[in-house]
Design a protein around this ligand. Structure first.
Ligand SMILES: [Zn+2]
Length: 144
């Protein structure tokens, strides 16, 4: 019985896998030659793919999607979740993905300023509140 096109493709793929395993240097050098011959086209196509999918590629680095970030921005009424400054849709450089550094989960979208301050406050909040309660000038009696 004749093989289906899918079976023929699977046979060819298996044959090529065996060939590459048995003659790795031959295929490595063919690959290098191909890359050298077509490097400009490869770079152009890679850059075009990145430009077309930049938002999703960068969102994936945060374990999320552009669609989810768009939904978060709608939930935040188009503004920074902390200071209400209007935000451009992500991946605008002015719109930052705030995420938990322990779990990697996205918490929301923030402006650059709030994203930086959030991390700083989280790191220093105990000393910040202690400072506000007992500023050094108050300790030496200069403030009431
Ligand atoms: Zn903000």
């Amino acid at each position: 019985m004749a093989k289906t096109p899918e079976e023929r493709r699977a046979d060819k793929a298996e044959y090529m896998r065996r060939q590459r395993a048995e003659h790795p240097e031959k295929y490595r050098s063919k690959s290098r030659e191909f890359i050298a011959r077509h490097s400009d086209r490869i770079k152009t196509e890679r850059n075009a793919r990145y430009a077309n999918n930049k938002a999703d590629i960068r969102a994936a680095r945060h374990g999320t999607t552009k669609a989810l970030l768009d939904a978060v921005l709608v939930q935040q009424k188009g503004a920074c979740a902390i200071c209400d400054k209007p935000l451009a849709p992500w991946p605008s450089p002015a719109t930052h993905i705030d995420h938990c550094h322990d779990t990697g989960h996205v918490r929301g979208l923030l402006c650059r300023s709030c994203n930086l301050k959030e991390g700083w406050v989280k790191k220093h909040k105990a000393r910040l509140f202690a400072y506000l309660e007992q500023p050094p000038a108050k300790v030496i009696g200069e403030l009431a």
